[in-house]
Design a protein around this ligand. Sequence first.
Ligand SMILES: Nc1ncnc2c1ncn2[C@@H]1O[C@H](COP(=O)(O)OP(=O)(O)OP(=O)(O)O)[C@@H](O)[C@H]1O
Length: 518
Amino acid sequence: MQLELQGITKRFGSLVANDHIDLVVEPGEIRALLGENGAGKSTLMNVLYGIYDADEGEILLDGKPVKFSSAGDAVAAGIGMVHQHFMLVPVFTVAESVALGYEPTKKLGLIDVKRARQHVIEVSERFGFDIDPDALIEDLPVGTQQKVEIVKALSRDASVLVLDEPTAVLTPQETDELMTIMRQLAEEGTSIIFITHKLREVRAVADKITVIRRGKVVGEASPQSSPEELATMMVGRPVLLRVDKGAANPQGAGLEMNNLSLLAPNGTMVLDHLDLTVEKGEIVAIAGVQGNGQSELADVILGITRPNSGSVILDGEDLTHENVRRRLDSGIGFIPEDRSTEGMIAKFTIAENLVLDQYKKAPFAKGPAMSPDAVAKNADERVKEFDIRIGKASDPISTLSGGNQQKVVVARELSQDLSLLMANQPTRGVDVGSVEFIHQRIVEARDSGAPVIVVSSELDEVVGLADRIAVMYRGGIIGIVPADTDRAVLGLMMAGVPYEEAVASDKSMEHEEVLKDE
Ligand SMILES: Nc1ncnc2c1ncn2[C@@H]1O[C@H](COP(=O)(O)OP(=O)(O)OP(=O)(O)O)[C@@H](O)[C@H]1O
């Protein structure tokens, strides 16, 4: 089906989120939408999906104007959407979640679930998904939840599929799988609109690229464009796409984790006698396939979870039995993996979220209350410094775009005297220009003498930021290697192969390649 958006304009008060946007997507085409945080991409997709009413403009399907007053209307017309924030209900099964997509206005019926079960099985077979229709959503890894969203979007035979930053929570392997599925769907005639901040993905899968800046289309680009060209077009200035940092100047043990073990409620070892020391003034980045204990390690460092054994020592002080509040007060900056559940309070204002764990400290405290002036001044400064795109600092943070919410969390955590920085997926959902800035600030935190731990599923980010890389596997550190370690070796270590063996196996593979070439 051909999709045409003509002159779409959407305002929120005085803010023009979409300013006369025109877009034509042909059947079977993969169109990427690129743009800075807050450029208006999600808003445009929400207009297309019937969630927002456009103030001006028209949507045409195969040349015929259509009007959607709800998502149900859009679904009925053949539009499917996978949202940036998952819309799945954790306590439902996969089949129940898909059944909800059939009739958005009706209650869940048994017959629907039966049909949905069948549908999940069929779609899984078609695309090689490994999804159990009876599994509970909350028990599934995010990558599988993402696939359930796709099955759900496809359950009404969508001819136009919108994927709003589907890869932000996926591992590189899952991303590659998703791109294969996108190609398969496009070959079958589905039109796909794909939103991502990762230029590699855009270049790998898109047929055409539309760039949006501050609510307006600024141009089209071809997937053959270089990453530098695309970044410049997006942000309006040249962007450094690698981390620029000097050598580290480590100054003795900062964070020491000794013999940490943690048992999950079901008895599996999620941290297994883990030892790791991060010196003051160095960045240790943790590489690993998601689910090898990285998130649990971060929670143990902050005190959200108590380990079953072992100790956490910061600057000589044993924190193992201290609560989260005490740890935060001691100057730990913590960027959580999932901003929406651990990093912000949706109903609070942007200004309040910028002091969420610091409001009891100077200069924000005024007796038992908060000093509104200090909070407002801080918001003003952070918004400018981190280039956070907002309307007013007194608006709820929930009105910000996803990437701008992330920037609020990062700005808050980095703008303090840090005794430790624990950054988990620090640039998730953030545009390339802001990635450059956040990386710079993380390096500055290191250079000010703080120990820094970065956890990231982006290998480029790990390699770019790290002074040393700790590879995590099954709850332990399988090896600590220099940042310039060969990526193939890192890949093998992430699969559980110890360093020496990984190097030997990499060498023998290289040798075989040379023989093959000869
Ligand atoms: N419900 C809302 N109320 C007020 N303002 C909103 C609302 N939704 C979005 N906005 C504003 O509209 C603008 C566009 O936001 P949108 O979410 O479309 O950006 P985006 O391009 O998807 O960004 P990102 O890459 O960060 O996801 C932003 O300035 C945002 O703050």
